[in-house]
Design a protein around this ligand. Structure first.
Ligand code: ZN
Ligand code: FE
Length: 752
């Protein structure tokens, strides 16, 4: 006697080979019925004896395709109607889509085997893919995810591909981007039809080996590639790209090559080979001149498109610089016209794929950190995955912060976080920001008039001004550092839990209009967060602009400390900008109050020798961290806490005096970092015990510093405290939009 049930599978289950998987599983277990893609996932009608159904349902979860991510499986009894066999039905479409769009996927093992099999029709074909792999988000023009709604719509399937596309037993059943050399797009070098696919790749390899710079079209944009072991090529790339010091990522041939250039822990190896294939930061072993100057870490990624594999197989240098094709701080170039215009004079050649990219998606950056994986830039392979379920029915749009921008759209309670957009003070990034809002809103068919629109409290943020110009059902501002804390709690779906939230950050607009960034909060997402302690306030001449000049921050912080050595003299040799800033502080002109830990790190960087301007955000703090990592010292400076304030004066005095006395800057940096961790841990213990809290949340850009995190972990070990950090969104401002949505949901009393 057959039973029947209706199975609803939610999560990332479309465009990842889920229906063919269900089909094969049903055949295997003798289950009859059907499966189809609905708006909110995959729906299965299954008929079989009770015991078989149980096994079938269990296998749905345990044997799901690698790229699928199941959020929930709901089973309801249904009427058995004696269905014979198992079928895949057409997609259903009645309401607005809330289905989750799959992130882009790396080429799978089976496709790789075919790619290098001379007897295969798709031998050396750069656009090989199947339902288990290939482009998704970067080719989707609209939902539902069907071929006419992708950038592959211009290439009709030939008989061979069509047969595979319609065969439920085939790996390419409903693989929307499926193609072969006969019917699909190609790669060309410099638009030359004589240099197509393998010929183009072979020629590219020659150029790379000669030390040339080639723009290579990937999944979500163009990369600039060159031989990472060729210092002349690397330096030429730096000069042409106007990128003085910011590290370049490298792509390595395989995991073995990665092991040769970085210390690859097992956690880092897991990240490196994970389905998102991010750039993984790990301690550098090899010296690659010019690739990551003054940095003890190297960003490494594996090949993820067929083109990358073809390049290495054709003999490309085993370590390639693969950096976003743009000039410094602009978003990645993703269409041909744009690439040719912006990269003229930067790249020597263009390896161009014909398949258009629907939207730019940069490489993601991650690290295996002291508290688990940390995503520093969330983009390809992760976006636009839903990262949280919020208890709110109405749509919410949060526009994030201005640096490392991302936006979050909540539809039916699912929080979809966009890819990394960039810094909005760059015109191109601001354009990309507006495009991304339009893009996500139209993909999920959300109308501006219905949204709860959330922005930062900073009145001068580009994102704030833009949000105020958009239509909305309701608008609300959320304070920056509370959003950081809420981003961690949103990842955990913890709305009631009362926590101590620590936001150590570079900058952010505080309740009092000053620049915050060293804040302690008590509360929950539901009840809100009360500021309960902070870094002692310093004056910051020039305000946020001081972030580019560590000596400017130092002028404000050191002004509160008497009897310091003269920093205009050796070994400090501060430039005259410092004296100018000191004047501003003395006259209190163009000065802002700040409690920013980021600026405290900048001040220490200046005292230890980083007296020039920075060329990218967070550079001085990263420099201090790298310096500290080279020390074996176990010393720690005092960072006392009194009347709700962490007092930096003893800390900075110790740094200045030890430097004056000729101590090794590496040991000073180490003692400073340990002092910060110790001071922080002391405050955490004190506030948690006073307020009966047992959970601590750490978020904000400063917590990208993994040495600081591991020190804090050591100091808090065995204290009975639970420590939460970000894992799904970045601890930097890339996570702000998620936190904004969570707080707004409760602030506006809309949460269930
Ligand atoms: Zn595949
Ligand atoms: Fe921040």
């Amino acid at each position: 006697m057959n039973s029947a049930c209706l199975i609803q599978v939610r999560g990332v289950v479309q465009g990842v080979g889920f229906r063919p998987f269900v089909y094969r599983l049903a055949k295997q277990h003798g289950v009859s019925g059907w499966v189809f893609n609905g708006e909110d996932g995959v729906t299965i009608h299954a008929e079989a004896p009770e015991s078989v159904l149980a096994v079938f349902i269990a296998a749905l979860k345990t044997q799901a395709p690698p790229a699928a991510s199941i959020a929930a499986i709901e089973v309801q009894p249904a009427e058995a109607n004696g269905a014979a066999g198992f079928a895949i039905h057409q997609s259903e479409r009645h309401n607005k889509p809330t289905v989750r769009v799959s992130p882009d996927l790396p080429v799978c093992e089976q496709c790789l085997q075919e790619l290098f099999d001379p007897t295969d029709r798709r031998y050396r074909y750069p656009y090989i893919n199947c339902t288990n792999c290939g482009p998704r988000y970067s080719v989707i023009l609209a939902l539902p995810y069907d071929r006419p709604n992708t950038t592959m719509k211009a290439w009709p399937l030939d008989a061979y591909c069509d047969a595979q596309y319609h065969d439920p037993a085939n790996r390419r059943f409903h693989a929307q981007p499926v193609a072969c050399p006969q019917c699909g797009p190609h790669y060309l070098l410099n638009g030359d039809n004589a240099l197509k696919d393998h010929a183009a790749i072979a020629r590219t390899v020659q150029l790379l080996r000669q030390g040339q710079i080639v723009a290579v079209k990937g999944l979500g944009g163009y990369h600039l590639a060159c031989d990472a072991r060729n210092a002349t090529a690397v330096n030429a790339l730096r000069e042409r790209k106007y990128r003085k010091e910011k590290p370049f990522a490298v792509m390595v041939k395989d995991v073995e090559t990665a092991r040769g250039i970085v210390e690859l822990s097992s956690a880092a190896g897991t990240l490196l080979t994970s389905v998102a294939r991010p750039i993984v930061l790990a301690a550098a072993k090899a010296d690659l001149p010019g690739v990551a100057p003054e940095n003890d870490e190297l960003g490494v990624m594996l090949p993820y498109t067929p083109v990358h594999h073809l390049l290495f197989a054709a003999g490309a240098p085993e370590v390639l610089v693969m950096t976003s094709a743009n000039r410094s701080s602009e978003p990645i170039a993703y269409d041909e016209q744009d690439a040719f215009e912006r990269l003229a004079g930067v790249s020597d050649a263009f390896l161009v794929g014909e398949r258009p990219i629907a939207r730019r998606v940069e490489d993601s950056v991650a690290r295996a950190g002291a508290f688990g994986p940390v995503i520093l830039r969330r983009s390809r392979g992760y976006a636009p995955g839903a990262v949280a379920s919020l208890p709110i029915d109405r749509p919410v749009l949060a526009v994030g912060a201005d640096l490392k921008s991302s936006i979050t759209l909540v539809v039916d309670g699912q929080a979809f976080v966009s890819q990394y957009i960039g810094d909005l003070d760059h015109y191109q990034a601001f354009q990309a920001f507006q495009e991304t809002i339009r893009d996500l809103m139209s993909m999920y068919e959300v109308s501006g008039d219905d949204v709860l629109l959330v922005h930062d409290a900073h009145p001068q943020y580009f994102s704030t001004t833009y949000a105020l110009s958009l239509p909305a059902a309701e608008r609300v501002a959320v304070q920056h550092h509370r959003a950081h804390i809420a981003s961690v709690l949103a990842e955990q779906c913890e709305w009631e839990r009362r926590v101590l939230g620590v936001s150590f950050d570079g900058t952010g607009y505080g309740d009092d209009g000053s620049i915050w960034g060293g804040e302690f909060f008590a509360g929950s997402v539901r009840e809100g967060f009360e500021r309960v302690a902070h870094l002692r306030r310093a004056s910051l001449p020039g305000g946020d602009a001081a972030a580019q000049h560590p000596v400017q921050a130092a002028a404000g912080f050191l002004a509160q400390i008497d009897g310091l050595p003269d920093v205009m003299e050796a070994p400090f040799n501060f430039p005259s900008r410092y004296q100018y800033a000191v004047e501003l502080v003395r006259k209190n002109v163009r000065c802002f109050g700040t409690t920013s830990i980021g600026r405290l790190f900048d001040s220490v960087a200046a005292l230890l020798g980083f007296t020039r301007a920075t060329s990218f955000e967070g550079q001085a703090a990263m420099w201090v961290e790298a310096l500290a990592r080279k020390s074996a010292s176990s010393a720690s400076y005092r960072f006392p806490f009194e009347s709700g304030e962490l007092d930096f004066r003893a800390l900075l005095r110790a740094v200045a005096e030890d430097r004056k006395h000729g101590l090794d800057p590496r040991d000073i940096a180490r003692a400073f970092q340990r002092g910060v961790a110790q001071g922080l841990s002391h405050v955490i213990r004190k506030l948690c015990s006073e307020r009966h809290l047992d959970t601590v949340v750490l978020s904000g850009g400063v917590f990208q510093n993994d040495l600081l995190l591991s020190d804090v972990r050591d100091w808090l070990h065995g204290q009975g405290l639970t420590i939460w950090t970000n894992h799904a969104v970045p601890p930097n401002d890339g996570g702000i939009s998620l936190g904004q949505t969570a707080l707004a949901a409760f602030l506006c009393n809309n949460a269930k």
